[in-house]
Design a protein around this ligand. Structure first.
Ligand code: NHR
Ligand code: GAR
Length: 217
């Protein structure tokens, strides 16, 4: 199975996926990495790992539809079976999402449906949340609204600031994202527009782990 990873920045989730691939634990081959920014540090990680890279610079397209068209041209040239968003910062048009419906995943830094959108750590602290975390979900046209597969819960500490909280959540992102990709690769996970099937059974609610706990099989 062939996966393409979409990034916009640092690329630490990409790095976690590449590490899992190297360890034989990912189950899919990352055939290319596409960045929406030409200065994304993640591009260097991809190149260092021997991955093909492409830049589809969002600032060079007149609108979302033109950007998405260029993106899908590259994804399709690489014949991706699976599209993985990893810190990707551009909202897609419905047409793009529908094209990759049922084969596109995202890692989002909150316990969805709480805190959709950006700056989730800052908002978790500002709103006084005592728990925070991250979610792997199927991408649907509704922003951060697709069915959630696996979440990791992280306690918010009184002394946390945006950065310390983000660091602890990020460590969990790096655990749960490769794990869910493996389920997909093994044919255990099927994505539908408003449900996900794991091992033949619809998930009534997301699977959850706490930060220290082992991941579900
Ligand atoms: N597109 C669709 N249609 N549905 C989803 O669920 C998507 C998506 C595109 C990206 C990732 C998401 C996240 O994990 C994602 C999910 C970007 C923004 C955003 O506001 C929000 C959520 C996510 C990604 N982007 C601004 C925009 O106007 C730009 C922000 C910037 O460039 O700094 O595209 O949180
Ligand atoms: C991660 O925390 C990811 O969940 C989040 O941005 C960070 C990217 O880090 N994604 C979003 O907020 C998407 N809008 P990375 O580039 O090191 O993987």
């Amino acid at each position: 199975m062939r996966a393409v990873v979409l990034i916009s920045g640092r690329g630490s989730n990409l790095q976690a996926l590449l590490a899992a691939q190297r360890g034989g634990e990912l189950g899919v081959k990352i055939v290319g990495v596409i960045s929406s920014r030409d200065d994304a540090p993640g591009l260097r990680r991809a190149a260092a790992a021997g991955c093909r890279v492409a830049v589809v610079d969002a600032t060079r397209y007149p609108g979302r539809a033109a950007f998405d068209a260029a993106l899908s041209e590259q994804i399709d040239a690489w014949q991706a079976d699976l599209v993985l968003l990893a810190g990707f910062l551009r909202i897609f048009t419905d047409d793009f999402v529908i094209r990759y419906q049922n084969r596109m995943l995202n890692i989002h830094p909150s316990l969805l449906p709480a805190l959709r959108g950006l700056h989730t750590h800052r908002r978790a602290i500002a709103e006084g949340h005592t728990e925070h975390g991250c979610s792997v979900h199927a991408v649907t046209p509704e922003l951060d609204g697709g069915p959630v597969i696996l979440q990791a819960r992280v306690a918010v500490r009184a002394e946390d600031d945006e950065q310390t909280l983000a660091e602890r959540v990020l460590r969990q992102e790096h655990r749960i994202y490769p794990h869910v990709v493996r389920w997909f690769a093994d044919g255990r996970l099927q994505l539908n527009p408003d449900s996900v099937i794991l091992d033949g059974k619809p998930l009534a609610r997301p699977l959850q782990v706490r930060a220290g706990d082992p991941l579900p099989d």
